[in-house]
Design a protein around this ligand. Structure first.
Ligand code: 3AM
Length: 177
């Protein structure tokens, strides 16, 4: 099974994000029900490993915290941009939780995440976007701001391929104190 750990977003914020999702030809917009903040992409694991990951995640003790969304950016630049996303404030509490999740996952033998943690909500995946259209979309929406909202849980998701893109299923929620 293909797994990842993420934070879900309040419905009102998802609705506002979804309102932004048009106006870039060729963009593959993320379904509102799929919007999230990834803490750790795990990838393909067997069932015993998934159970071990679930066990470790369920023993994480961390406080609930507030989080805000702000601004737009891309992974990759110009016509090489491949993901368009809304930024997430990297607070001390978020970094703390992400560290604990990383350690819970790597303790099961998964390779460590090599990339710097850039918390974000992906709005669209892009393939060779027209740079001008992308730039004007970013300029037109860059003042986007949402929250702060309270994060009081995190979630283990399974990702399965579907006809209209991946289908994410929440397997387990873990409460923050
Ligand atoms: O939070 P986002 O939408 O940016 O891109 C995938 C998505 O991130 C990412 O994991 C999240 C849930 O699918 N993802 C998918 N395959 C990946 C990989 N091989 C990956 N992240 C890193 N390496």
């Amino acid at each position: 099974m293909r797994l990842f750990v993420a934070l879900t977003l309040p419905d009102g914020i998802v609705a506002r994000l979804n309102l932004m999702c048009s106006g870039i030809p060729g963009a593959r917009w993320v379904e509102p029900s799929n919007m999230h903040i990834t803490l750790r992409f795990i990838g393909e694991v067997d069932e015993p490993t998934a159970e071990e990951i679930n066990y470790n995640l369920s023993h994480i003790e961390a406080p609930a915290f507030d989080l805000g969304l702000q601004g737009l950016d891309t992974f990759g630049q110009g016509y090489k941009a491949h993901a368009l996303w809304v930024g997430v404030s990297l607070t001390r509490e978020l970094a703390h939780l992400q560290n604990k999740v990383e350690s819970a996952v790597t303790r099961t033998g998964q390779p460590p995440e090599g990339r710097k943690f850039t918390p974000h909500v992906t709005l669209a995946r892009l393939t060779k976007p027209e740079a001008g259209r992308l730039q004007s979309f970013i300029e037109g929406n860059n003042l986007f701001k949402a929250g702060p909202f309270t994060v009081d849980q995190f979630t283990l998701f399974e990702s399965q391929p579907g006809n209209g893109g991946p289908v994410y299923t929440a397997l387990e929620d873990y409460t923050l104190t």
